[in-house]
Design a protein around this ligand. Sequence first.
Ligand code: PLP
Length: 370
Amino acid sequence: MSEPEIPLARPVLGAEEEAAVAAVLRSGQLSLGPRVPAFEQAFAARVGAPHASAVSSGTAGLHLALRAAGVADGDEVVTSPFSFVASANACLFERARPVFADIDPVTLNLDPQAARAAVTERTSAILPVHIFGYPADLPAFEALGLPIVEDACEALGAVHADGTPVGGRGHPAVFGFYANKQLTTGEGGMVTVGDAALKARMDSERNQGRAPDMGWLDHDRLGFNYRLSDIACAIGLAQLDRLDGMLAGRARAAAAYREALDGIDGLGLPCADHGGDRRGWFVFVVQVPKDGPGRDEVIRGLRERGVQSKPYLPAIHLMSFYRERFGHREGEFPVCEDVAARSVALPFFPELTEGQVAQVAQALRAVLGR
Ligand SMILES: *Cc1c(COP(=O)(O)O)cnc(C)c1O
């Protein structure tokens, strides 16, 4: 194997991020400083939201957003089983039950019809996930008349058919800034929201329940430490400045993959934008053909050819914790299970070259024997 291994993901970081971090270090104020509101305001403006709260991770953001939406002990939250496990876990943090409903076979997002059928008198919120950056059908979920929390952790840069950016519809919408996301702060997250009172609640709860106008030691509610540091926010501001270029790089890589993988019999590719919705490219996930080598064999074969890949995503309800806790089993959500069992994420990042795309495509064809 002569060529170097192609990684699954790689962030774009440069002199701007370095300078931004150095400036925070020199300032001596590493937390609760001016970069936090600066990053919040710039991020909110970017997605057209009135407010945003910076938090320590996407998972922390989901937790605070669910609390802000009023989700509490014994409630049910209707959500997608085809997601990163954090979206379901966050419901359990509040002792609410994640109630799964099947996904749309084309967009791979929570199917609004299935979600409607899963609503009971105990349902207190709907938690759609914009999976792989493709906008979930928010107008259909809004028609259900229940509070909505959006898991937008994979969807920075996505736009709904009516022109609203994902995160700009007013519901609490949660973004994540782990190193493989469209924008990274190392670890981190952001909740955008329309209602100033919900921002105030989340700002307090991320900081031990402290009210903004209170002294250090008085706390009028339960809170957490879900703060994002000024160091992270400074990186986030530098990343926002280069976001358009990074999103364009991902879109370019996706187009190159589409061309290189065209015509592989039975291989499922990410759906094209349709109906006016626009994807914010996050990952490039293919579904291996039903009649060839299985997902794990494909991943092994790619690794032997210098290409990193991973199963992405496994169905949440079939994870051992969820099976044991809720008695889930195969057959409950057939679309999700079929897609999840065949899904493989290929190397994908803004600086992926045409040569690397060609190497991945050649490796995949060889492994699949097509
Ligand atoms: C990345 C991600 C999250 C949040 O992840 P953190 O590591 O907590 O930032 C949540 N949901 C989805 C769908 C994600 O992809």
